[in-house]
Design a protein around this ligand. Structure first.
Ligand code: HEM
Ligand SMILES: *[C@@H]1O[C@H](CO)[C@@H](O)[C@H](O)[C@H]1NC(C)=O
Ligand SMILES: *[C@@H]1O[C@H](CO)[C@@H](O)[C@H](O)[C@H]1NC(C)=O
Ligand SMILES: *[C@@H]1O[C@H](CO)[C@@H](O)[C@H](O)[C@H]1NC(C)=O
Ligand SMILES: *[C@@H]1O[C@H](CO)[C@@H](O)[C@H](O)[C@H]1NC(C)=O
Ligand SMILES: *[C@@H]1O[C@H](CO)[C@@H](O)[C@H](O)[C@H]1NC(C)=O
Ligand SMILES: *[C@@H]1O[C@H](CO)[C@@H](O)[C@H](O)[C@H]1NC(C)=O
Length: 323
């Protein structure tokens, strides 16, 4: 690249500095990082993950969401796995942790790897790989070489994980803060084709949208009726509904079919239709082959956010505890 002006130089310097703090898409991960140091690592993770999926068909949704929450707070450094201590309240104990689970599975996989190759395989890579391997067929590539972070703060969650009540502008900003685009935002929201949501995260849309006992006009009325039969009041914090009611265990493009019929569960889903560009992307993604291709690319970008590599961070002995 030829630098033509001082303003271009400033821009370049800015980008370099930006990359140094880990916001830019790290090219430092590699394919099969543990090839020499722990040759069976990836296979051990895959086998163990699939074993757990046979007895827990919700594991893929749990791990996919956990991977997202990890990557958006301090990068994909397994900070989401750290337990709170007497002197620190960790990410796990922040409000949006509702139904985060699968910690025990990751800890078990970690223990197995520690037996085979102690101190080699990071929890950050275990989570990244297990999230992918929990699906029947590999849907995206996972490069490895992430190391584990040493900090996990409850206070950093709400400023980095978007809430389901947010509008398009805010969602776009949260993704841009991680170096992701509107395209990534729409594509990755397709993760909501599996899994569940708690009533209290959308029941305002059913019962009190603007504080006048009203319903969200952007929500499909027939679907609102159906949701009301599940979520009986604004105070229900325990009932859950499937986000993609007819195939919540299948990773397919149905999320986009539903979204386009104004049946997105959260305001943050519906918000994707409020922007012309995002709305067009949501239409395109009703083509399943296209969705799968795009999802793979966006997941790889998400899996690169703020990765800790080289000699930074550590390789935790247990995923729940900093060494
Ligand atoms: C665009 C911003 C996003 C918002 C506001 C959001 C919000 C939420 C909320 C509120 C839930 C329900 C949690 C519960 O009630 O237990 C949820 C579930 C889920 N999210 Fe997202 N999410 C977003 C993006 C993503 C991304 C990028 C992914 C992954 C690619 C993802 C994957 C999932 C999955 C798989 C579940 C189901 C979890 C389960 O079944 O326990 N979400 N999300
Ligand atoms: C993983 O599972 C396959 C198929 O069951 C088996 O052949 C292989 O030996 C397993 N690998 C490890 C490292 O356990
Ligand atoms: C979520 O946070 C709450 C309170 O902050 C805590 O009691 C709960 O155990 C956490 N859930 C998970 C799955 O860590
Ligand atoms: C989106 O939400 C933010 C924060 O709640 C608010 O400041 C902003 O005005 C909203 N934007 C639109 C277009 O509604
Ligand atoms: C609906 O919202 C309004 C305004 O926030 C509040 O005063 C009212 O109590 C709410 N209604 C219910 C049933 O919670
Ligand atoms: C699920 O399938 C049923 C029966 O085919 C249909 O009536 C319903 O509208 C579907 N649900 C959604 C959210 O599309
Ligand atoms: C983390 O906390 C959970 C819940 O309190 C506990 O079951 C788990 O064993 C802890 N993990 C570690 C590594 O101590």
């Amino acid at each position: 690249m030829k630098i033509k002006s001082s303003s271009e130089f400033v821009l370049l310097a800015f980008l370099v500095a930006f990359c140094a703090v880990g916001v830019c898409q790290g090219g430092s991960l590699t394919k099969n990082f543990y090839r020499d140091s722990c040759p069976n690592a990836e296979e051990i993770i895959k086998n163990a993950t699939l074993k757990h999926v046979t007895t827990n068909n919700q594991l893929p949704s749990k791990l996919l969401r956990m991977h997202f929450h990890d990557c958006f707070v301090r990068g994909c450094d397994a900070s989401v796995l750290i337990n709170s201590t007497a002197s620190n309240t960790a990410e796990k104990d922040a409000i949006p942790n509702l139904s985060l689970s699968g910690f025990d599975v990751l800890e078990e996989i970690k223990a197995e790897l520690e037996k085979k190759c102690p101190g080699i395989v990071s929890c950050a890579d275990i989570l990244s790989l297990a999230a992918r391997d929990s699906f029947q067929k590999p849907m995206w590539e996972v490069r490895t070489g992430r190391r584990d972070g040493r900090v996990s703060l409850k206070s950093e969650v709400s400023t980095n994980i978007p809430s389901p009540f947010q509008n398009f502008t805010v969602l776009k900003q949260f993704f841009e803060n991680k170096g992701l685009t509107v395209h990534d935002l729409v594509v990755l929201s397709g993760g909501h084709t599996i899994g569940i949501g708690h009533c209290n995260l959308f029941s305002n849309r059913l019962y009190n949208f603007t504080g006048k006992g009203d319903q969200d006009p952007s929500l499909n009325p027939a679907y609102a009726q159906f949701l009301k039969s599940k979520c009986r009041s604004l105070t229900d914090t325990t009932t859950t509904v499937e986000m993609d009611p007819n195939s919540s265990l299948d990773f397919d493009k149905n999320y986009f079919d539903i979204l386009n019929q104004n049946k997105g569960l959260f305001q943050s889903d519906a918000a994707l239709l409020t922007n012309k560009g995002a709305r067009n992307i949501a239409k395109e993604l009703t083509n399943q082959a296209k969705f799968f291709t795009e999802f793979a690319q966006s997941m790889e970008r998400m899996g690169n956010i703020g990765v800790v590599t080289g000699s930074s961070g550590e390789i935790r002995k247990k995923c729940g505890i900093i060494n």
